[in-house]
Design a protein around this ligand. Structure first.
Ligand code: FAD
Ligand code: EPU
Length: 338
């Protein structure tokens, strides 16, 4: 265990922002995390738990301790005819875990293939894609309270999952380090292929009979065709959430914008594509210096090389203002701005 000083976080965030952490350490167990916190106690004013840095926009140096979660490990804790319960170390790479499940025939997260980041961050915003969210397979998680140095278990109910939301983004923001997540995966797959272009992609792949791997492959193909690879172009996926509006608001907007599409949420609202709103405002493909709005997906803000977090943040402010002026809708950021 070693606490380093004045470390660049550029390799540790997918936007590639070159900010510095006053203190930096990685941990591979809860005990090691506790030791680091004890020894850093008097020196650090704020602690940040970091996974893969794929949902963060750093806008300034961190005047505190950045703790990189590297807890690995996969354990089967229960296995019955219907389900397998798999406990996964929070530092494990999410996509590697998806591949592990595909390899073992465990179904439920194949639609979430290729999402960057670590398992420990997956409950924070209840990651989702192509009609599936991790709440659908979530069983429980273990977390460590950073101030009280206490281990706690959270059930699905405790996490208060919503669309890109959980208790860890709200009431308990920055209070816990999630150390493991247990998923309940299906032995018999129930495929979700009606969302977006999955069916179309499966058809063009020539798939006649669905399998976990073919669904995952279709999802990966679609993702690769529209999302920028962070190792080539800095980004953090969707920068904003898709807004939810009332049915009345939707019908009113549809009168002036017939191409507007949306889908009904379970609480009787309409979720509309923020990417569409941003594109309508003329931002798609916009570039100012190295900060830009991706030309294949307007919901993704990008760093073409040397943009600062402040520049990307300013761009997001301008986008929010113009969507507000043109549509009367206020976009909410999905990315954690720090
Ligand atoms: P980080 O960015 O490191 O952290 C995110 C937040 O969680 C921070 O506030 C951090 O402090 C906190 N945190 C991280 N780990 C822990 C922990 N163990 N304990 C407590 N707090 C923690 N997301 C989707 O939902 N769906 C998508 O389809 C999707 N596509 C993406 C595509 C691209 C190209 C990119 C770059 C991102 C995409 N994302 C998507 C966003 C991102 O991949 C997810 O939010 C992911 O879960 C973030 O994981 P991470 O380990 O990188 O988290
Ligand atoms: N659209 C446009 N112009 C654009 C982009 C999108 O008009 O530039 C419209 C199109 O009509 C398209 C629709 O938006 O059909 C939806 O686009 P897409 O399928 O790319 O999905 P999204 O709504 O933009 C959401 C998630 C993604 C997730 C995909 C697939 C949010 C904020 N984003 O994007 O998650 O991968 O659906 O399920 O919900 C992330 O959270 O980082 C992320 C990438």
């Amino acid at each position: 265990m070693k606490i380093q000083e004045n470390i660049s976080l550029k390799p540790f965030n997918t936007f590639g922002m070159n900010v510095f952490a006053k203190y930096f350490a990685s941990f591979n167990s809860t005990d090691q995390l506790n030791e680091i916190l004890e020894s850093a106690k008097s020196e650090s004013s704020s602690d940040l738990i970091l996974g893969g840095g794929s949902n963060i926009l750093f806008t300034k140096d961190i005047d505190g301790l950045v703790l990189k979660n590297e807890i690995e490990g996969i354990d089967i804790i229960e296995d019955n005819e219907e389900y397998v319960y798999v406990k996964v170390g929070a530092g494990m790479n999410w996509h590697q875990f998806v591949l592990y499940c595909i390899h073992h025939g465990y179904a439920g997260i194949e639609n979430l293939a290729l999402i960057p980041g670590c398992v420990g961050a997956s409950p924070i915003q209840n990651i989702g894609a192509y009609g599936v969210e991790i709440k659908d397979v979530f069983h429980a998680l273990e977390a460590f309270h950073l101030r009280d140095k206490m281990k706690m278990v959270f059930s699905k109910n405790d996490c208060a999952f919503g669309y890109r939301e959980s208790v860890f983004k709200n009431k308990f923001k920055n209070q816990f380090a999630i150390t493991s997540v247990t998923f309940r995966l299906n032995k018999k797959a129930q495929y979700h292929v009606s969302y977006g272009a999955i069916n179309q992609e499966l058809e063009s792949m020539g798939i006649k009979e669905l399998s976990i791997i073919s669904v995952a492959q279709a999802v990966m193909n679609i993702r690769n065709s529209k999302l920028p690879n962070p190792s080539l172009i800095g980004n953090a996926g969707s920068f904003f959430k898709n807004p939810e509006i009332t049915n009345e608001e939707f019908n009113y907007l549809k009168l002036s914008h017939p191409s507007l599409t949306g889908y009904q949420t379970i609480d009787n609202k309409m979720k509309i594509a923020a990417g569409w709103l941003i594109e309508q405002c003329g931002w798609k493909g916009f570039r100012d210096g190295d900060a830009g709005c991706y030309d294949k997906q307007a919901l993704v803000l990008v760093n073409y090389g040397n943009a600062t977090g402040q520049q990307v943040f300013q761009l997001s402010e301008s986008i929010i203002t113009s969507v507000q002026q043109q549509f009367g809708i206020t976009l909410q950021r999905e990315v954690n701005v720090i």
